[in-house]
Design a protein. Structure first.
Length: 336
């Protein structure tokens, strides 16, 4: 009996020692981190790995190799869905006007700016590839750069460009793994959809009473921070259940404004017959996506005249408030 008690005592002592060592190690490696309760409370806005923290610290411009990222999802995520999730990611991480999506194919090499999210979208066109665009332009921002890609050849080309162009200054480049980026997008997208379902369920049970708002605030403070953060971007949430639902529905249905019947029909057939997306399919899908991005971009900038005004306001050396808009302007100017 005494032997058993001794073993239990030793095990407890060992467990406490391991816990103490872990705590000490964590504290020494992150001396400036916030208290545990604060970290947990803000965890929903810190889902990504060290690469994203580097982007914040260095005020980096983010370039996304879209087809490479889609490839890591086995091309199950459409161009529209990727744009929707990226726009949500951009808003929640306060990265508006810093994110640019580079797309293979399209009938012409051109760029478009989406004010809703502050995202630049560049199409490679018929004569270039997205890799060529990224390797060419990665050094043109005169800022720190983060590239989302797993293409080793592209990584080497981008690093070479940055070394050549910025050898004499402190600008640097970092690479984010597409699988990490996709996981981050999935987490955020799932949380938004779950929160919308919860709000709908509570609304159906209790109506739009003050009691409902207080109960949701107290019980789901962590998840409510998501749509409160979005509301600060959209400026259309008054805090009640109905407006929260409108806001979340807008986020979840962001991709619908880029829908086109031919693509929807193709996606239906692919799901029915189990087709795999091939290069020829991506040429077709990219061009349809380009046409819709062009249309929505013009709608969001209130016609071509609005785009001309934005071009005049953009800082061409990317040192202004919108690196994404400035990048789109540079791409367009090359085509003049």
């Amino acid at each position: 009996m005494n032997l058993l008690g001794l073993i239990v005592s030793l095990l407890a002592s060992s467990s406490n020692q391991r816990t103490s060592d872990t705590t000490t190690s964590t504290a020494s490696s992150t001396p400036n981190t916030a208290p545990t309760s604060k970290r947990r409370r803000n965890n929903h806005l810190n889902l990504h790995n060290k690469a994203l923290k580097w982007c914040f610290q260095k005020d980096a411009v983010i370039l996304i190799d879209l087809e490479n990222v889609r490839g890591k999802s086995f091309f199950h995520l459409s161009h529209r869905e990727m744009l929707k999730r990226t726009a949500l990611w951009t808003k929640l991480y306060n990265l508006e006007n810093k994110v640019n999506i580079i797309v293979d194919h399209g009938s012409e090499h051109d760029g478009y700016y989406l004010p809703d999210g502050g995202i630049g979208i560049i199409f490679a066109g018929l004569d270039l590839k997205a890799d060529d665009i990224l390797a060419r332009d990665v050094g043109s921002f005169h800022k720190n750069i983060a590239v989302v890609t797993s293409d080793n050849g592209l990584i080497a080309r981008c690093a070479s460009t940055m070394n050549r162009v910025h050898a004499s200054n402190t600008n640097s480049i970092h690479f984010i793994k597409p699988i990490d980026f996709l996981k981050d997008l999935e987490r955020l997208n799932s949380r938004i959809e779950v929160e919308k379902a919860r709000l709908e369920k509570d609304g159906a049970r209790n109506g739009k009473s003050e009691h409902l708002v207080k109960r949701i605030t107290g019980r789901r403070r962590r998840s409510q921070l998501l749509y409160k953060h979005l509301a600060s971007k959209e400026q259309e949430c008054d805090g009640d259940n109905e407006n929260n639902l409108v806001l979340l529905d807008k986020v979840i249905t962001y991709d619908r404004q880029f829908e086109v019947d031919d693509v929807l029909a193709w996606e239906k057939d692919r799901n029915t017959f189990g087709w795999k997306e091939k290069t020829g399919d991506r040429v077709f899908l990219s061009e349809q996506f380009r046409l819709q991005v062009e249309r929505v971009s013009l709608e969001q900038t209130d016609s071509a005249i609005g785009m001309k005004k934005r071009r005049q306001e953009a800082s061409l050396d990317s040192s202004g408030s919108s690196s994404s808009l400035a990048y789109v302007v540079r791409v367009k100017d090359r085509n003049v």
